[in-house]
Ligand binder design. Structure first.
Ligand code: AMP
Length: 324
């Protein structure tokens, strides 16, 4: 399949995001919004409630985190947004993502609160003031009951992985929290599936939500054999070079990475290990991009390290391996 190169896909700057957030996105190297981001960001910025059906890996964290951050008044260190997650790991991960996207928002504070962590530590952190809380339902409820967490100023509430919260038995806690937050808040509910119970929560607690459904629409041709390799993040480069060494039918490969910084980093490292490699990302002009593809076709390079966007529609017959 050959499609025209899609380097002009609308960027984050068309979605209405403020300069500090665009700067943070440039820092992390995201080139274009994922479909769920393109769909959700304008809706949330406009103040609508949202019911999103999407799985992890679609970029849903940034889809709610960016508009949420845009609405934060940094001058008031009171919880203005609450994100509920099913697990402590996800709470920490979401808090870290917020911190990263708020890199150019001086004085911004986000606090993860979850069961298992010392109450003393949490009470102290809460008393110091924070703009956003990311927490698991049980512990959030606990703090609300103790009045160590006051949500009078809450303007945004996100339920992340609602079906997981249901599966883990938190749904009554979630409903209780929904009932104990200001009714005029904006609410976004994300769930990978939409069982009836979740739909009912949405019907009762969301106001005319816009529904956004993102299917993870990646399909692979049947003649492709697929395998995966489990490794630690620190050993990914080792694993990659081992795979390249042991694959008998290796001719040329395309390696997909998430960010344009990573394309250059990995390409440099592979080159240092003796491979003929080039990076392919959205920073390249159309002319340079075509040059890379011509060189891959002609066999002067064997590996292209690319972002998804930059490699869209790429059609090179000699590619024997694709590595994600
Ligand atoms: P999530 O679905 O929110 O768990 O995100 C999955 C991964 O995609 C995370 O590692 C994000 O850092 C990354 N990511 C999110 N949005 C983008 C984007 N627009 N471009 C590149 N990577 C992204």
């Amino acid at each position: 399949m050959t499609t025209s190169p899609d380097l002009n896909a609308a960027g984050f700057d068309t979605l209405g995001l403020a300069a500090p957030l665009l700067a943070a996105l440039a820092d992390v190297g995201y080139e274009t919004p994922s479909p769920i981001q393109a769909a959700c960001i304008p809706v949330l910025l406009a103040g609508h409630d949202l019911l999103g059906e999407a799985q992890t890996g679609t970029g849903k964290t940034a889809a709610f985190a960016l508009p949420l951050l845009q609405k934060i008044d940094l001058k008031r260190a009171v919880p203005q947004a609450l994100i509920l997650t099913p697990t402590r790991e996800l709470a920490i991960q979401v808090a870290e993502a917020l911190q990263k996207y708020a890199h150019h928002m001086p004085g911004f504070h986000v606090l993860p609160i979850y069961g298992g962590q010392s109450m003393v530590v949490q009470l102290r952190a809460l008393s110091r003031g924070t703009h956003v809380i990311v927490g698991t339902p049980g512990r959030v409820m606990d703090h609300l009951e103790r009045k160590s967490l006051v949500l009078n100023n809450l303007s945004m509430l996100v339920l992340d992985e609602a079906d997981e919260m249901l599966r883990m038995g938190f749904i009554d806690d979630v409903k209780w929290i929904l009932e104990h937050t200001p009714a005029e808040r904006q609410t976004a509910l994300f769930s990978a599936t939409m069982p009836d119970v979740i739909r009912r929560v949405a019907r009762e607690h969301l106001r005319e939500p816009q529904e956004i459904k993102i299917r993870s629409a990646t399909s692979t041709v049947v003649t492709t054999s697929q395998s995966y390799c489990q490794t630690h993040s620190g050993q990914k480069l080792e694993a990659l070079t081992r795979i390249l060494e042991v694959e008998d039918d290796f001719d040329a490969a395309i390696v997909f990475v998430r960010t344009k910084t990573a394309t250059v980093e990995i390409a440099d490292k592979l080159e240092a290990r003796g491979y003929s490699v080039a990076a392919l990302n959205g920073d390249l002009t159309q002319g340079l991009r075509e040059q890379v593809i011509e060189r891959l076709k002609a066999g002067t390079i064997d590996i292209v390290v690319a972002t998804d966007v930059a490699a869209r529609g790429l059609d090179v017959a000699r590619i024997s391996h694709v590595i994600n």
